[in-house]
Structure formats: structure tokens, C-alpha cells
Design a protein around this ligand. Structure first.
Ligand SMILES: [Zn+2]
Length: 189
């Protein structure tokens, strides 16, 4: 019922704007619409999913739920797996990025400088993920492990024109490592 209240209030707000639009200049209308949006937003964000029917900016609907992946989570995975893979000589930065900040068809990537021993791992923001929510956390950790395994091979004489074999190996190793980790975690519980 609460969500219905929010909706009807939102609509009455919109109607007021419409009525004002008839009598005042268009410049003022823009101001009113902005004020209405700001006023409606906090109530709508706290309500149930029904409130999402109203046309709100995407970000406002998301603020009602805690983020699935945080910068702290990603960097804690990096720290943990970096230690396991004995890669403490690397300084690794992490970023949660939108889909358009990653190469097409990828959900994570890594850039590194071998002489500087620095690297940046980017993982996909869950907002843009096509996976079900329950799989996103584990899959993002897998992406971190995957990119670290790539980094562990950075010193090898790899063929940058033929990365298929490297990709296949990295995929197998990272999946196996995470599966082992899961067994270990379950045994502790
Ligand atoms: Zn890869």
C-alpha cells in the first residue's frame, strides 16, 4: 500500500507541475520539474519495487539496495590472491567500472607495467552484469583471480598475436584455484 501512496503523490506532483506550466513561463517549468524530482526521490527510493514503475533515473532505484560489489571487497580479493600467488612485489590498483569502460565482450581486464611492477584490474559494475545476483560476487572474484593469473605470467615470453592458448590456460587455472578455495571455505564452516 505504501508504494501506491508514493505513486499517487508522485503523480499529483506531476499534475501540479502541469498546471503551473500553463500559467507560467517555460523557464519556471524546468525549475518546478527539478524541484518535484528532488522532492519525490527520497520517498520513492525507500519504497518497494512498485515505485520503480515511475520514470526515475536508474541510479536512484539502485540506492535503495546496498551495492553487491564494493571497492573494499575487490581490493581484499586482490590482497588475498596476490599473497597466495606470491606476487607481493606488485602494486595493484582496482576499479569497478561500467560496461563501456571495458573492451567489448569482456567483464574484467588488467593493464600492467612490468618495469614499474604496477597493475590495474578493472571489474564490471554489477549494474551492467547479465548474471543472476547470486552468481555475481563469486564471478567477480573469479575475474580477479583470472587477471592475477595473467599477471603471474607477465614475465613469460608470450605470443601477443596468439593469446588463445594463454587464455585457455588462465581460465583453467583460475577456475581450479577458486574451486579449491571453495572446498577450503566449506571445510572451515
Ligand atoms: Zn583472460
Amino acid at each position: 500500500m505504501r508504494s501506491v501512496d508514493v505513486l499517487s503523490r508522485a503523480f499529483s506532483g506531476a499534475r501540479q507541475v502541469y498546471v503551473q506550466a500553463i500559467v507560467v513561463k517555460s523557464v519556471l517549468l524546468v525549475t518546478c520539474m527539478l524541484v518535484t524530482t528532488v522532492a519525490v526521490y527520497p520517498e520513492a527510493a525507500a519504497s518497494s519495487s512498485a515505485s520503480r514503475i515511475t520514470e526515475m533515473p536508474r541510479a536512484s532505484a539502485i540506492t535503495s539496495e546496498p551495492p553487491l560489489i564494493t571497492e573494499a571487497m575487490v581490493s581484499s580479493w586482490v590482497t588475498r590472491w596476490q599473497q597466495r600467488l606470491a606476487m607481493n612485489d606488485w602494486k595493484i590498483e582496482t576499479k569497478i567500472v561500467r560496461l563501456n569502460q571495458l573492451p567489448k565482450g569482456t567483464i574484467a581486464n588488467i593493464h600492467w607495467s612490468l618495469p614499474k611492477r604496477t597493475a590495474t584490474i578493472k571489474v564490471l559494475d554489477p549494474i551492467d552484469s547479465t548474471l543472476v545476483r547470486s552468481e555475481i560476487v563469486r564471478d567477480t572474484e573469479l575475474s580477479v583471480v583470472h587477471e592475477l593469473v595473467h599477471l603471474s605470467m607477465a614475465k613469460l615470453p608470450l605470443d601477443s598475436n596468439n593469446t588463445d592458448l594463454e587464455e585457455e590456460t588462465v581460465k583453467k587455472l583460475s577456475t581450479a584455484l577458486l574451486a579449491l578455495d571453495k572446498v577450503e571455505q566449506n571445510a572451515k564452516q
